[in-house]
Each structure stands twice: as C-alpha cells, then as structure tokens.
Design a protein around this ligand. Structure first.
Ligand SMILES: Nc1ncnc2c1ncn2[C@@H]1O[C@H](COP(=O)(O)OP(=O)(O)OP(=O)(O)O)[C@@H](O)[C@H]1O
Length: 253
C-alpha cells in the first residue's frame, strides 16, 4: 500500500481573535492510501467541505500539515495543487467555463498546465476524440460539443465537470456532494459513471454525500465527521459488515 494523502494534526480556526472565533476541524489526522474510495458522511456543519478545502488548498489550516504523494503542500496555493488534485462541486456552475463550448472546456482540461495560446488551433484535431470520449456518457453530452457550457442542463454540465476533473487521471479526486443538485434519475446516472471511472481507473477519491445508501453502496472506506473530528473510520470487512442502521446512529440527536 502506498500512502497518497496525509493530514497531520489539522486544526482550522475561523474569525480568530473575534467574538465569532470558531474551531471547525480539531486536531484531525487522516492517512489515505492510493486507490481508496472514501465516502465521507456527517451532519450539516460537521466540517466536511472545510476538510476538502484544506486538502485542495483553498483554506490554509491554522495548525497541521498536508502531504500529497510525499510532497508537503500545506503552503502551496490552490492553483499549484491542481497538478495533484481535481474537484467536482455541488453547484453545476462551478468547474466549467460558461462561455466556452463543451469541446473547448474539454480541451482546457486535457491541456491542464499548458499554455492557453496553443488551444484554439488544436481544437478541431480533438473533436473526434471528444465525440468518442463523450459517446458513452449519459445526458447526450456528445451531441452538445459545440454548445456553450452555460447553455447545458445542470446534469449535462455536471457530467462535463466530472469528465474534466477525471480525464487527466488526477492523483486525488475530491467530490463535494457532486450529484446533490440533480434530479434522482440524473443523479443516479452520474453516480454510476463516478463509480465506473473511479473503480476502473483506480483513482483515489474522497466523496462527500448525505445519502447513507450511497455511502454504503460505493467506495471501500467510510468516514463520518462530527464537530470537526473523525468519529467513524472503517474499511475492509468491518466496512462490509456495516448496515444503514449502524450509520444512522451517528446522526441521532
Ligand atoms: N470561512 C468561514 N467562516 C466562518 N465559518 C465558517 C467558514 N467556513 C465554514 N464555516 C462554518 O464551519 C462549519 C462547518 O462548515 P462545512 O461547510 O465544512 O460543513 P459541512 O460538513 O460541509 O456541512 P454541510 O453538510 O452543510 O455542507 C459550519 O458551521 C460553517 O458555517
């Protein structure tokens, strides 16, 4: 087993020194091995998104260290961590450029880290490849390659965000309730696609969900966060033995 992510003694305090000072994550430690697909549960306000923000670099922890693939990244800004980490958010509007077409968005994602001036000339060369890439996907995305991303339905746009996040095989994929804003059918389709991609490409993934059924059905490790601390962390046979009732106990008042 190779360790991909280490969080060592992470604490995050917001509004420090004011009457609204509040510690969200409290001396949190977590080690994630390569290929783990973690489903992350917890009540509203438990600190799940804050945890992903500390990992993706949009929030600097007050204490502690973040290590990705043996690189200490605690002080590395979000843009530089994009080399290792991709994220899909709950809001379909995040993660895609609304005025660019689907194909242009895909090209941007495919060329992550390269000079943007190279992009327009090469777009046509990639159209067939993008058609093929999207042909198996739900929501008819392959017929919308020349449509501006801002004109897509929420489900199409979220499928595009997911594809953009995964097409260059990130070392770590973060999913923050990425199917929560979609209708039940579209949400199920994107969840099925997520499971296929993460499993087949053996991606390391942390997925926040409020759906206990999904937390049990997908992934190979379950973590529950409560008031900024990990209160359950199970994998292997212990995880297989868990029932919905076992997990629900953590949500009782
Ligand atoms: N920058 C901030 N300033 C002040 N409070 C914050 C900040 N960021 C988060 N919080 C608070 O910290 C707590 C944890 O927020 P977070 O979004 O991480 O929770 P969550 O577990 O993702 O919740 P949800 O399930 O509702 O999305 C919440 O009470 C939130 O209001």
């Amino acid at each position: 087993m190779t360790t991909l992510l280490e969080l060592n003694h992470i604490s995050t305090t917001v509004n420090a020194g004011t009457p609204n000072e509040r510690t969200i994550l409290k001396d949190l430690n977590l080690t994630v091995e390569q290929g783990e697909f973690i489903t992350l549960l917890g009540t509203n306000g438990a600190g799940k998104s804050t945890l992903l923000n500390v990992i993706n670099g949009s929030l600097r922890p007050s204490h502690g260290q973040v290590v990705v693939d043996q690189h200490p990244v605690t002080k590395l800004p979000e843009a530089k961590r994009a080399k290792y980490i991709a994220q899909v958010f709950q809001d379909p509007k995040l993660g895609t450029a609304p005025r660019m077409t689907v194909a242009e968005n895909l090209l941007l994602a495919a060329k992550r880290g390269q000079r943007r001036s190279l992009i327009p000339r090469r777009l046509n060369a990639h159209l067939d490849e993008f058609k093929q890439l999207t042909s198996q996907l739900p929501n008819g995305l392959s017929d919308r390659l020349t449509t501006a991303a801002g004109e897509l339905s929420g489900g199409q746009r979220q499928t595009l965000s997911f594809l953009m996040a995964t097409m260059t095989k990130p070392q770590l994929l973060l999913l923050d309730e990425h199917t929560a804003a979609l209708d039940p059918n579209t949400s199920h389709q994107l969840m099925t696609l997520t499971d296929q991609v993460v499993t087949q490409q053996e991606l390391t993934c942390i997925m926040i969900t409020h759906q206990i059924k999904d937390a049990l059905k997908y992934g190979n490790r379950i973590i529950i966060l409560n008031q900024g601390q990990i209160v359950l962390d199970v994998k292997g046979t212990d995880r297989s033995d868990l029932s919905e009732a076992d997990l629900l106990q953590y949500f009782e008042a």
